[in-house]
Design a protein around this ligand. Structure first.
Ligand code: TYD
Length: 139
């Protein structure tokens, strides 16, 4: 199996500290997820029907969480393997390894998509063209 297969993308179950005042979840880089966190960003106020993603990353590792609401993450490793994950729980995250094309769809009203990433933003790490991604994934 290629090290950049959708089969290496998996849901991670984070600790939950339950309390009558509300639940608390925490995530430690290199402990709960397989990379050190260098950046956090989030998508919110997503209009109905909008889609995000539509790209792949050369080297970036990411962890994606529905901290509020829900959405679908559609993964494609460019080698014929695709998987869809429906995220709707704040204590689960989807680990996405490098060289995976992702489309994020089906956002619920009020959804917040939190992403932890292994590096700061770098446009040269992106594949924004699907054909370029497929070619790179098969070399
Ligand atoms: P993009 O990664 O394409 O968004 P998404 O995958 O969530 O649909 O980024 C959209 C724009 O935001 C693009 O112009 C780059 C910019 N951006 C940053 O400046 N810093 C960041 O950390 C991210 C994720 C994006």
């Amino acid at each position: 199996m290629s090290i950049h297969s959708v089969n290496h993308c998996e849901l991670i179950d984070f600790p939950v500290i339950q309390d009558p005042r509300g639940n608390l979840t925490f995530i430690e880089g290199d402990n709960h997820i397989p990379f050190d966190i260098k950046r956090v960003y989030y998508l919110y106020d997503v209009p109905g029907g909008a889609e995000r993603g539509g790209h792949g990353h050369k080297a970036l590792h990411q962890l994606i969480i529905a901290v509020s609401g829900s959405f679908d993450i559609n993964l494609d490793d460019g080698q014929g393997n695709k998987k869809v994950f429906h995220l709707n729980r704040a204590n689960f995250g989807l680990y996405v390894c490098p060289m995976i094309w992702r489309d994020i769809t089906n956002f619920s009203s009020g959804a917040v998509c939190l992403v932890m990433a292994s590096a700061v933003y770098d446009e040269s790490d992106y594949y924004r063209n699907y054909e370029d991604f497929i070619a790179a994934a098969n070399t």
